[in-house]
Design a protein. Structure first.
Length: 295
């Protein structure tokens, strides 16, 4: 078994283990570009020692990831990123240390995946209206498993010359007010947090800096998340700026939430952070991984 730990010689502990922790990542099970085992192998190569695979609305990659993690000597936390509708907006809730076999969660995720297919059909109708035919079949070519997402439509649109890259797609298509956008009803917040908690997991509010909502609404979101049983928030995230690390460290303190850290890595062609390159959590934070016995 290969181990890739590094040691902090200046610590008061003689040989303190410096873990490299990344608790948010995607594989081909949802919209990432590496298979679960490729992703784990990539993470290990980046020096990551603890990782969570958190595919959108699907835990189908966890078994393969677990086997790969064993080979590479890294600790895998079972994860999922659940799509939730809250006050008419889409937010993401990461479940860490979930039991993928918990029947209500498995059934709930299956229902979300069925909803994704219905939404995809509606998206292709919308794109057809602006002169882009065949996008459902096109997106399907990029969707390798059970999930069809806007990312797969984005890859199709780029490949067909409608946008220069995936990032540009999310400016000109598939978002509110632009061609191909379809509003959708995801899981409820209480429902999603219930599945996570009842299956033994911890609910983490994913990348709060990405929701493009004002301060008042942000506080309402944190209050509702906490009241529903949410226990942690992503403070350091591939989609946060350094100022947002500070901002959400303060939210974590104010709402008494544990802090998480994750790149939201989707593969080499995405604009998110690379794995194993995240800065440490701000000092004031209580790391969520202490709940998994990791210091
Ligand atoms: P969906 O869950 O199908 O609505 O798709 C959401 C996914 O689209 C996210 O998980 C991201 O992977 C991707 N996405 C959303 N906004 C952007 C963006 N601005 N640039 C790149 N990818 C994006
Ligand atoms: Mn994604
Ligand atoms: Mn997300
Ligand atoms: Mn994600």
């Amino acid at each position: 078994m290969k181990r890739a730990f590094c040691y902090d010689w200046h610590s008061s502990h003689k040989f303190q283990l410096m873990q490299k922790i990344d608790l948010h990542s995607h594989s081909t099970i949802s919209d990432g570009s590496y298979t679960p085992s490729e992703l784990v192998s990539y993470a290990a190569g980046q020096g990551v020692t603890v990782m969570a695979l958190t595919d959108h609305d699907d835990t189908g990659g966890l078994e393969e990831a677990r086997q790969a993690a064993e080979v590479h000597g890294i600790r895998l936390i079972n994860g999922v990123e659940i799509s939730v509708s809250w006050k008419g907006r889409t937010i993401h809730i990461v479940g860490l240390n979930v039991d993928p076999a918990y029947p209500p969660m498995a059934a709930g995720l299956e229902a979300i995946r069925a909803g994704r297919l219905i939404r995809a059909e509606a998206m292709s109708v919308e794109l057809e209206k602006v002169g882009i035919p065949g996008s459902l079949d096109g997106a399907r070519q990029y969707a390798k498993e059970r999930i069809i997402s806007r990312t797969h439509f984005a890859r199709f649109l780029v490949a067909n010359g409608h946008a220069k890259d995936v990032k540009a797609v999310f400016k000109h298509f598939l978002v509110k007010g632009k061609p191909g956008y379809v509003s959708h009803n995801w899981a409820g917040m209480n429902e999603a947090i219930g599945w996570i908690r009842e299956s033994g997991g911890i609910a983490v509010l994913a990348h709060p800096g990405r929701y493009d909502i004002g301060k008042t609404t942000l506080h309402a979101l944190f209050a509702d998340f906490k009241a529903a049983g949410g226990e942690a928030v992503e403070v350091v995230s591939g989609s946060h700026t350094p100022d947002q690390y500070k901002q959400f460290a303060e939210f974590a303190r104010q709402y008494d939430l544990l802090a998480s850290s994750g790149s939201d890595y989707h593969g080499p062609t995405h604009n998110y952070f690379d794995m194993g390159r995240l800065p440490p959590l701000p000092e004031v934070c209580k790391p969520v991984w202490e709940r998994f016995g990791i210091e």
